[in-house]
Design a protein around this ligand. Structure first.
Ligand code: PGA
Length: 221
């Protein structure tokens, strides 16, 4: 059984100025033509509007995602960005990333509220789960298996374990399952070759546009 064309997501986290983000978009956008899957970039929230305009003007084959959105809807929530304010700017949102669960005390309840707000705003949530027992909220469509030990450590999970967790997650509903955690251009194909692993969420290795492009190319192997 072969997988459909993959989703490859660049999570730029709190990295890059606007100029660096624009240069990344140019390098990736101009060189993605042969990639048959869906490439999604998640830049810093501050640059979403500029990135959206840039991608649309240049007609780059890139989709835009946000790294987070508020658990609240519009109102007196200083510093927050509501899902309804992001609608139209981006198509995807990463929710429940381990860095947000750990550093910003994000609970399953908060993750559920964010997912509901995203769906109401027409933004597709990418829900990160750190193991197969983490709650997958109702309405989730894309689930990223991202074990904490592998995120940003240089120690990815094994493709075999990723495949077995993907199978366990798929038992819970009609979900697209992707993997993230120390994915590189060298190991990307080993995950994508596994049945049920339909994409990758890439942090550190996505920062260099050429490395990110290499990762998209590995889906052809
Ligand atoms: P990493 O991060 O690729 O640097 O491990 C993945 C992620 O945080 O989504």
């Amino acid at each position: 059984m072969s997988n459909p064309p993959p989703l490859i997501i660049a999570n730029l986290k709190a990295n890059k100025t606007w100029d660096e983000t624009a240069a990344w978009l140019d390098q990736v956008g101009k060189n993605l033509a042969t990639f048959g899957g869906t490439a999604i970039v998640c830049p810093a929230t501050a640059f979403l509007a500029a990135a959206s305009l840039h991608i649309n003007t240049e007609k780059y084959p890139l989709k835009l995602g946000t790294q987070d959105l508020s658990q609240f809807e519009q109102g007196p929530h200083t510093g927050e960005v509501a899902a309804s304010q992001l609608a139209g700017l981006c198509e995807y949102v990463i929710i429940g990333h381990s860095e947000r669960r750990e550093k910003f005390a994000e609970t399953d309840e908060v993750v559920g509220r964010k997912l509901g707000n995203a769906l109401a705003a027409g933004i597709t949530p990418i829900v990160c789960v750190q193991d197969k027992n983490v709650l997958i909220p109702q309405g989730a469509q894309i689930v990223a298996y991202e074990p904490t030990f592998a995120v940003g450590t240089g120690h990815p999970d094994t493709p075999e374990n990723v495949a077995s967790i993907a199978a366990a997650i798929k038992q819970k509903g009609p979900l697209t399952v992707i993997y993230g955690g120390s994915v590189t251009a060298q190991n990307a194909a080993s995950f994508l070759k596994k049945d049920l692993v339909e994409g990758l969420l890439v942090g550190g290795a996505s920062l260099d546009p050429w490395d990110f492009l290499d990762i998209t190319k590995s889906s052809h192997i």
